[in-house]
Design a protein around this ligand. Structure first.
Ligand SMILES: Nc1ncnc2c1ncn2[C@@H]1O[C@H](COP(=O)(O)OP(=O)(O)OP(=O)(O)O)[C@@H](O)[C@H]1O
Ligand SMILES: [Mg+2]
Length: 287
């Protein structure tokens, strides 16, 4: 997905409510970046204004969109005081979707970057002035429950927990939920679980389905949507585009994210973060 000029923020673009959502997982490689990127696209295609923020020091979003590691100014430049927040936001070719990339960061400075993000107030100072232009701030985080993920959990109101159903992964979900509880009690009373999202589900693997069934019976907050393992995601990431941007017939994978976006909007309404939008209809008769 090509990105355009830095986005100018003005009063006409203001949104009444902004939902701050981060994705968090103890385990690496469970599809976090794939989920936030494709969810951001699906929400924007549903008419929402979305800012996708890359908190991963490895610059996962930029890499997924086939950009060179150091090419785009972004969060690291803002945190270093080199670029003001508004100038680091990039409009994409998809109306409604903007990016705040990781930014230019020398690998030797990664630790300082993480510590700066963890500093109380950093994310609020960087993202606070931007958020009124968006319905959603979606934050991608690195794997693990280290200081960047904690900073995200201190800043956001909703956390989405991807879960790859394989043996031993239930334990990692429990650890994330424990951290979420801890953060809610100690640092961020607004923080709520948006849901556990099964990812990379192998629909033909009895082992994968058995673990999926365990999560469904053991936890009350599992989303109805799942993201199966599919070659389309690998192909999209190889081509540097979201899955909905692959050419050819609309893929089930793109439709799946559209349904996930709708489910997430519904959960947000159920949790009381937004008023429900009902489509009224009169009673009808078939015969
Ligand atoms: N549902 C899926 N089916 C098949 N491959 C997938 C799926 N989701 C992600 N992938 C692929 O798996 C790899 C890891 O995905 P991704 O980078 O999204 O995981 P991550 O959790 O963000 O990783 P990290 O912990 O390193 O940040 C990528 O190559 C991606 O294209
Ligand atoms: Mg990632």
């Amino acid at each position: 997905m090509a990105v355009g000029a830095p986005r100018a923020l003005d009063d006409e673009m203001r949104c009444d409510v902004t939902h701050r959502v981060c994705i968090a997982s103890q385990k690496g490689g469970v599809g976090k970046t794939t989920v936030v990127l494709n969810l951001a696209v699906a929400l924007a295609e549903r008419g929402r204004k979305v800012l996708l923020v890359d908190l991963d020091p490895q610059g996962a979003i930029g890499l997924s969109l086939a950009r060179e590691e150091t090419e785009l100014a972004g969060l690291a430049d803002v945190v270093a005081g080199i670029v003001p927040p508004g100038q680091a936001v990039l409009a994409t070719k998809l109306p409604g979707l903007s990016l705040l990339p990781r930014g230019r960061l020398d690998s030797v400075d990664a630790c300082e970057f993480e510590l700066a993000l963890h500093e109380p107030g950093t994310l609020e100072a960087v993202l606070g002035p931007l958020e009124s232009a968006f319905d959603f701030l979606l934050l991608d985080t690195p794997a693990g429950l280290g200081c960047v993920t904690r900073a995200a959990l201190a800043f956001t109101e909703l956390v989405l927990v991807p879960f790859q159903p394989e043996s031993l992964s239930l334990r990692s979900v429990t650890q994330v939920l424990r951290l979420v509880d801890h953060m809610r009690q100690d640092e961020n009373p607004r923080l709520q679980l948006l849901g556990i999202l099964p990812t990379m589900v192998e629909k033909t693997s009895p082992a994968s389905l058995a673990v999926l069934s365990e999560i469904w019976t053991g936890f009350g907050c599992v989303l109805e949507s799942i993201v199966p393992r599919a070659a389309a995601y690998v192909e999209a990431s190889r081509r540097g585009v979201p899955v909905a941007f692959l050419s050819g017939p609309v893929s089930p994978e793109a439709r799946r994210f559209s349904l996930l976006a709708a489910e997430i909007e519904h959960v947000i309404q159920r949790l009381g973060f937004e008023e429900a939008r009902h489509d009224e209809q009169p009673e009808r008769r078939l015969l």
